[in-house]
Write a protein that binds this ligand. Structure first.
Ligand SMILES: Nc1ncnc2c1ncn2[C@@H]1O[C@H](COP(=O)(O)OP(=O)(O)OP(=O)(O)O)[C@@H](O)[C@H]1O
Ligand SMILES: O=C(O)C1=C[C@@H](O)[C@@H](O)[C@H](O)C1
Ligand SMILES: [Mg+2]
Length: 180
């Protein structure tokens, strides 16, 4: 597909809140573009040999963030790949700099009520294991929203559309970016 070659073979990175669909949409997008799909959360788990909640338990959030930065630094050197990031990948300025510089970054922007619907029954996200997870999601979005927008080359509003509709929208935006 011409999209990737004309973008100098940079990898396509999806950013957004937990539940925004990075993994679901990323996997589909990679399939359509004939690219490899990698999820940084899965890669971190494969490298450490334990699940993310265990990393948080043993090393705290800071330990997890160090591993996340290292993984992003390694993976964004590769091309021909769609990379789904963790929801907090944009918090560190060094991550934002390397993503913006090396990749085509797509922000999946999804409103809080929908994020909540999608994440409320899933216990795999340590930062949401609090007494008011819904409020926490909103707080996280308040802090992270500007960072997602700062790092993004493409912003896709993805509230009610199906994953497939989001993939089509992203493809259209990638094409437009290439034609500039
Ligand atoms: N566009 C969509 N429409 C409906 N449901 C969706 C959509 N995108 C994702 N989902 C569903 O929402 C849930 C969360 O999606 P997913 O795991 O892809 O999000 P994520 O952004 O990768 O989250 P995390 O940051 O926690 O890894 C999944 O159950 C998925 O099937
Ligand atoms: O929103 C976050 O900070 C996180 C989201 C997940 O994807 C994981 O990267 C981890 O649970 C942290
Ligand atoms: Mg995911």
């Amino acid at each position: 597909m011409s999209i990737v070659s004309s973008e100098k073979n940079r990898c396509i990175v999806l950013v957004g809140m937990p539940g925004s669909g990075k993994t679901t949409v990323g996997r589909d997008l990679a399939k359509r573009l004939g690219l490899r799909f990698v999820d940084t959360d899965h890669e971190i788990e494969a490298r450490t040999g334990v699940k993310i909640p265990i990393i948080f338990e043993i090393e705290g959030e800071d330990g997890f963030r160090k591993r996340e930065t290292q993984t992003l630094d390694d993976l964004t050197r590769e091309s021909n790949m769609v990379l789904a990031t963790g929801g907090g990948a944009v918090i560190r300025p060094e991550n934002r700099a390397l993503l913006r510089e090396r990749a085509v970054v797509v922000f999946l922007s999804v409103p809080p009520p929908i994020l909540w619907e999608r994440t409320r029954h899933d216990r795999s996200r340590p930062l949401l294991q609090v007494s008011d997870p819904r409020g926490r999601l909103e707080e996280l979005l308040k802090v992270r929203g500007p960072y997602y927008r700062e790092v993004a080359h493409i912003i896709v509003e993805g509230g009610r559309g199906t994953p497939h509709a989001m993939v089509k929208l992203i493809e259209k935006e990638l094409q437009a970016l290439c034609e500039h």
